[in-house]
Design a protein around this ligand. Structure first.
Ligand SMILES: Cc1cc2nc3c(=O)[nH]c(=O)nc-3n(C[C@H](O)[C@H](O)[C@H](O)COP(=O)(O)OP(=O)(O)OC[C@H]3O[C@@H](n4cnc5c(N)ncnc54)[C@H](O)[C@@H]3O)c2cc1C
Length: 378
């Protein structure tokens, strides 16, 4: 049992999951969010756990992190569900990466060859084979890559379960409580200030997503280079006649649009997502929705008649190299857990387990060593 006093700044999936692991290990945990917990990027997310379909050239460390994250997911959500009684909608759907035009197919083949070189279990399918897996695909879809090892979770249920988990394990959650300053003495963290109130702690975890860099009191050597990357999403209501079996993912090469369709257990279909550099602007725009709906409709025309139940935008915390920033910093007691960009829901359990190890045991697990803030040479 640890008796450390740990303060967590930010109650997205990342901060909550770390809080849950530490509280159940006996730490005295206080988590602060400037709004309601779980309502920022973690709420906007599509909840895909898709390291295979998202494998990018030049990102092998990140791919290994993602594959490791997949390994720990089932046990993590199993424990969370058992402790909280909440179901988080973990599903082993698989992802179909699809293409229509010649340039889509060239890109698909190029990615497929790379996935195979990495030894990933993926299969190249003709359009007809793809339609036998997912009958709602358009007749225009001419080929696909099937990634059965990619899964999904209901990210909204996940954050709500994590909130319950923190509280059930004795952690305190303060909402509408923006941390106004990180308090440092010499190069050691001593607490945080929320309004007029000072909260003291041995350890502070910076998990405030795309806002992490803005925290007053952070020295330059510990300012994580993260920025907001806007993602717009829509949720459509499916019907009895129309429900997808798998996640469908379309990279529309002609307009550099990515559209994915993710069927959820509550009967909604998440349509995501734009990727825009618009600072902290969280507007949903006509152009963003247009691009998304057009690309999604091209591959799954049946969405045309579905009801739009929601649209929103979220800000992904993107780092300079699109990889997360995890672990110790030059300030003693200050721990980073930010910059998760497009993979924060996938990386939530692994981040929580590894950051808990850093805090409880004082050692940095091998798997997160490439992701320290020291890689930026600040
Ligand atoms: C449209 C979209 C789709 C996505 N799809 C996927 C997907 O399919 N799979 C996947 O793995 N990832 C996906 N992501 C990425 C994923 O959602 C993020 O990486 C993840 O949610 C980041 O979690 P977080 O806890 O770091 O940040 P957030 O969820 O943004 O939480 C940060 C929290 O910090 C709080 N905060 C900020 N400043 C302060 C302060 N001063 N004091 C106190 N609190 C503060 C905020 O209020 C907020 O609640 C998607 C993201 C978007 C936007």
């Amino acid at each position: 049992m640890s008796h450390k006093r740990v303060l967590i700044i930010g109650g997205g999936a990342i901060g909550l999951a770390i809080g849950w692991r530490l509280a159940r290990a006996g730490c005295s945990v206080a988590l602060f969010d400037r709004g309601r917990v779980g309502c920022s990027a973690s709420w906007a997310s599509a909840g895909m756990l898709s390291p295979l379909s998202e494998a990018q050239f030049e990102e092998e460390d990140l791919l290994h992190l993602g594959l490791k994250a997949m390994e720990v997911y089932p046990d993590f959500v199993g424990e969370l569900e058992a402790e909280t009684g909440c179901c988080v909608g973990y599903r082993r759907d698989g992802v179909l990466l699809v293409g229509i035009t010649q340039d889509d197919l060239e890109y698909l083949k190029f990615r497929y060859r790379y996935q195979r070189e990495l030894g990933l279990p993926v299969t190249y399918l003709s359009g007809a084979e793809a339609r036998s897996k997912e009958p709602h695909l358009s007749a225009q879809v001419s080929a696909a890559v099937w990634c059965p090892g990619d899964h999904q979770v209901d990210n909204r249920r996940l954050v709500m379960a994590l909130k319950r988990g923190v509280e059930a394990a004795g952690g305190e959650i303060f909402e509408d409580a923006a941390v106004d300053e990180l308090l440092i003495d010499g190069m050691r963290v001593i607490g945080v200030r929320v309004g007029e109130k000072v909260h003291k702690g041995d350890t502070v975890v910076l998990a405030s997503g795309c806002w992490s860099r803005l925290m007053p009191g952070l020295p330059d050597s510990a300012k994580p280079p993260v920025r907001p990357v806007r993602g717009q999403v829509a949720r459509l209501g499916t019907t009895r006649e129309f429900a997808l079996n798998t996640i469908v993912w379309y990279s529309r090469v002609a307009t550099s649009t990515v559209a994915y369709l993710v069927p959820k257990g509550d009967g909604t279909l998440v349509l995501g997502a734009t990727s825009e550099e618009m600072g902290f602007d969280e507007d949903v725009t006509a152009g963003g929705m247009f691009e998304l709906l057009r690309a999604a409709w091209e591959v799954v025309p049946g969405i045309y008649d579905l009801r739009v139940v929601e649209s929103m935008a979220g800000l992904r915390p993107g780092s300079r190299d699109d990889a997360p920033i995890l672990g110790k910093t030059p300030v003693e007691g200050l721990i980073m857990a930010t910059g998760h960009y497009r993979k924060g829901i996938l990386l939530t359990p692994l981040t929580a387990l590894t950051i808990a190890e850093v805090i409880l045991e004082g050692r940095t697990p091998e798997i997160i060593r490439p992701f320290g803030i020291d890689r930026f040479g600040l």
